[in-house]
Design a protein around this ligand. Structure first.
Ligand SMILES: Nc1nc2c(ncn2[C@@H]2O[C@H](COP(=O)(O)OP(=O)(O)OP(=O)(O)O)[C@@H](O)[C@H]2O)c(=O)[nH]1
Ligand SMILES: [Mg+2]
Ligand SMILES: [Zn+2]
Length: 371
């Protein structure tokens, strides 16, 4: 339970609160005054039990029955990074979470396996730091997948190239990332040799929320401990286990660095399936979107049509085959999920109506009983 003791925040602002949440809070108070309810941030979650924080300290919270009942999908339940309205009876061990504030940003993926639900990786994050290690794990294609999800959720993506002590020519890898993702910021670091850590500290703006994302074993928790100045998360004890499916971190937790920046550590992801992330895709491949706007036909498929600007760019080499293929692959995945989600949406609506009908018939039964 160390995350509960690891941090103390003396104001909501230190926890990332700002005008966006304040205005929602005021409006909700005007609409239905509930003086016993106050805002708290979800700083951890373990098997349905939430770790919450407010200026009075950190405490546990459980979801109110009504909130759980009304939730149609996982997205309707709290996630780490969320702001929630909760109440706490005097002397009660656990607070009750009644509502979730609207999310300013929300990074999601499709749940692992064959499921269709979206899973929240982190909420209300300003920047996602996608960690990739400068050895066997390195894959520009995977980084673009992560960046697409991050941008789709409204957050900004930057890359951390970790463990550069293991790779003497890590500059080549940085350059490779920058050519695969034009304009992206890359931080090359090593916790073991302390290189790049001071620059990263500078980058981590106080009051802003950051999340570490990346495969298992890339060094996310080691980096968090390095930035904190002491161990707050357990790390893999034997190096070289990456890509072998061994996960060290099993739940998400938000920490405040001594500088005041907020950082969420997450468990490594083995599989990262995109959802209907058209927005994120367009941002990650804005060069290709700009080219398609120049095609002669607005519905151009870029497959031999006359006046196709995309084919022209592929021919003259200004758009590399590699980048085009990455885009085509992710676009297919996003379109597939879009079709699937629209089917799912129909199902969700049906499920909601079923719930409403059930409620109504229970109400009628109760009325009959009472009369
Ligand atoms: N050589 C070297 N090894 C590192 C560095 N940072 C982390 N490691 C090693 O990489 C291994 C994995 O580190 P973790 O921090 O547990 O990785 P993680 O990304 O948190 O993994 P999960 O929690 O499973 O997602 C450990 O054995 C670390 O000692 C570094 O800068 N250089
Ligand atoms: Mg970890
Ligand atoms: Zn075209």
């Amino acid at each position: 339970m160390e995350p509960l003791e690891a941090n103390h925040w003396s104001s909501l602002t230190e926890l990332g609160w700002d005008g966006f949440f304040e205005s929602y809070f005021r409006r909700s108070l005007e609409e239905s005054p509930e003086p016993s309810r106050s805002p708290a941030r979800v700083v951890g979650e373990e098997r349905g039990l939430f770790h919450l924080a407010d200026p009075n300290g950190t405490f546990f919270g459980v979801i109110a029955g009504k909130l759980r009942y009304l939730a149609e999908e996982r997205l309707d339940l709290p996630a780490v990074g969320d702001w929630v309205l909760c109440s706490r009876e005097p002397n009660a061990e656990r607070a009750v979470i009644h509502a979730i504030f609207p999310r300013r940003t929300c990074i999601k993926r499709k749940e692992a396996g064959r499921g269709t639900e979206d899973q929240i990786l982190a909420a209300n994050v300003d920047y996602a730091l996608i960690v990739t290690s400068a050895n066997t794990e390195f894959s520009p294609a995977r980084l673009q997948r992560y960046a697409t999800a991050v941008r789709n959720g409204g957050a900004e993506a930057e890359i951390i190239l970790s463990k550069i002590d293991l790779c003497p020519d890590y500059d080549r890898l940085s350059a490779r990332i920058q050519s695969a993702m034009p304009g992206i910021v890359v931080h090359a670091i090593s916790v073991h040799s302390s290189s790049g850590l001071a620059e990263l500290h500078e980058r981590l703006t106080p009051g802003k929320t950051f999340v570490f994302l990346g495969s298992s074993g890339v060094g996310k928790s080691t980096l968090l401990n390095g930035l904190m100045g002491h161990e707050v998360m357990a790390t893999q004890t034997i190096s070289g286990f990456e890509d072998k499916g061994r996960h060290t971190t099993s739940s998400r937790h938000l920490f405040a660095l001594p500088s005041g920046a907020l950082v969420i550590d997450t468990p490594g992801l083995r599989e990262f399936r995109l959802g209907d992330f058209e927005l994120g895709l367009k941002e990650t491949y804005e060069d290709i979107v700009a080219l398609s706007d120049e095609c002669k036909f607005s519905d151009c498929h870029h497959q031999g049509e006359p006046g196709c600007a995309v084919e022209q760019a592929r021919e003259d080499g200004s758009l590399s085959e590699e980048r085009w293929n990455w885009f085509v692959k992710l676009q297919k995945e996003v379109e597939y999920q879009k079709r699937r989600d629209s089917g799912e949406h129909g199902k969700n609506t049906k499920a909601r109506w079923k719930k409403i009908h059930q409620q109504a018939s229970q109400h009628i039964k109760r009325k009959r009983w009472e009369s």
